[in-house]
Ligand binder design. Sequence first.
Ligand SMILES: Nc1ncnc2c1ncn2[C@@H]1O[C@H](COP(=O)(O)OP(=O)(O)O)[C@@H](O)[C@H]1O
Ligand SMILES: [Mg+2]
Length: 275
Amino acid sequence: MSLLEIDDVVVQFGGVTAVDGASFAAGAGRITGLIGPNGAGKTTCFNVISGLQRPTKGAVRFDGRTVTSMPVHRRSKRGMGRTFQRLEAFGSLSVRDNVRVAFDIHRGVTGLVRPAAANVDALLERVGIAAYARERADAIPTGTARLLELARCLAGDPKMLLLDEPSSGLDEAETDAFGELLAGLAAEGRGILMVEHDMDLVMTVCDEIHVLDFGRVIASGAPADIRSDRRVQEAYLGYSEDAADDAEASTGDADPADTRHDLPPVAAELSEVPR
Ligand SMILES: Nc1ncnc2c1ncn2[C@@H]1O[C@H](COP(=O)(O)OP(=O)(O)O)[C@@H](O)[C@H]1O
Ligand SMILES: [Mg+2]
């Protein structure tokens, strides 16, 4: 049994079916990618997993228990940590105080023990933002703020991390360092489920990838399998390369940018795959 299991989850918002019978799993000590075009239902799945959204149907199991109706704070206490696509740090506090507060929140319930400053600084060091410790959280670059989110999440010592587009705002060197950080966290036995648009990062660090399209899982597998999966190419590009070749032959013009989903990095990446 996997650390996290999503079983036949459906989420409807009025007439919109955001998630349409999705089932997938994410294991301990592994990095699992959840990818798909904009509007595919990735963030809604995260909301269902973390408890912000009650599914219309289906179940979520975490660490051997069904948590489908468990409130957010109890899931958090059981070891589920999450970062948000929209940043959630306290802007007027310093980076260090943001992490200190996160420690306080997680420990306060049990013992009101203040975290040793060394813990906070070690965590800042680990995620690579120690140089920003004294800066106000609303004055740091977006990429740094995402790493701050991760540090705040790690302050709760989660078994499972749910990361929603964690690398956006990071430059190439920072993204490489971030990939290594994720690998290190997984090596400690933590499970990581990550929604991410940077396909280089996804293909490099993920052990397994699930692809959502229109709220359904259309493919699951190792990065190499996902890269060459025809349904995945179609979902991202709105066409398969065979169809594109046909179109090109007849019109002399097949523009991969003219697609149903606007996701250039993925399009560029996947269209390079030899078939
Ligand atoms: N609170 C909501 N109310 C109505 N529709 C929503 C709501 N949240 C998401 N949706 C819709 O559900 C679909 C999936 O959205 P989302 O989960 O944010 O996709 P993704 O994160 O993959 O881009 C989209 O069509 C979106 O417009
Ligand atoms: Mg999203």
